[in-house]
Structure formats: structure tokens, C-alpha cells
Design a protein around this ligand. Structure first.
Ligand SMILES: [Zn+2]
Length: 121
């Protein structure tokens, strides 16, 4: 999968890792790491962008994204988003990640829990 870049400030998708965002003109050189950019994108208003960020957090095993993933899991009622969060938490696999998985289960979303039961059985 191609790596995508997002402006951490206005959340616009950037064609490459630019130094200055062409949309909001913010200077992006100021030490915002790629991991931090991904974490910032977890707040993106567009679900597709959030889904991509959620996936990347899991693939890159970004543990410091866990508090944000936890917030997202609390707020979301979208089964696809919750499943994506679950998958990333599984990839991270820490005890903190497992606690968030437990919280997702307790939301009692049927689709999500069936999915989790199916792949853990
Ligand atoms: Zn911007």
C-alpha cells in the first residue's frame, strides 16, 4: 500500500511529504514525525482517512497512538471502524491494547463482537 501524507493541521491529503502544506500554508518541517502525523490523522473528520490512519497505526505498531485509539473506540458506533480499530489493537498486542479491545467488546455491537468471536475462535 502506498504511504499517504496528511497535513497534521488542516488534515488535507498531501501528494508527497511536503515542507509546507499547500492548503493551509503551515510549515511542516517543525519536527512533526511521521508517526505523529498518523496519530493526528486519527481525528480526521472523513472516515476513509481515519480508517487509513487506524490501519497504519497497527501496521507500524505505534503504541503512543493507544490513547487516541481508545477515544476513537469510545466515540465510534461504526462497525467497520471498530473492527479496524480492533485489528490494529491486535497488531499492537500490548496489555493496554487488550484493555481497549475489552472496551470495544463491552459496547455490545453485534457485528463487531461476532467478528471478534469468529477470528478468535
Ligand atoms: Zn494544511
Amino acid at each position: 500500500m502506498a504511504i499517504k501524507y496528511f497535513c497534521p493541521f488542516c488534515k488535507a491529503e498531501l501528494p508527497e511529504d511536503l515542507e509546507i502544506c499547500p492548503f493551509c500554508k503551515t510549515d511542516l518541517r517543525d519536527n512533526v514525525s511521521y508517526d505523529d502525523k498518523i496519530i493526528l490523522s486519527l481525528d480526521h473528520p472523513i472516515l476513509d482517512v481515519r480508517m487509513l490512519s487506524i490501519k497504519l497505526v497497527g501496521e507500524k505498531c505505534i503504541k503512543k497512538a493507544l490513547p487516541k485509539l481508545s477515544d476513537l473506540a469510545n466515540k465510534s458506533s461504526d462497525p467497520l471502524e471498530l473492527i479496524a480499530i480492533y485489528k490494529s489493537l491486535k497488531q499492537i498486542g500490548s496489555s493496554e491494547a487488550n484493555k481497549i479491545i475489552e472496551k470495544i467488546r463491552q459496547k455490545n455491537n453485534k457485528i463487531v463482537n461476532n467478528y471478534i468471536d469468529e477470528i478468535t475462535s
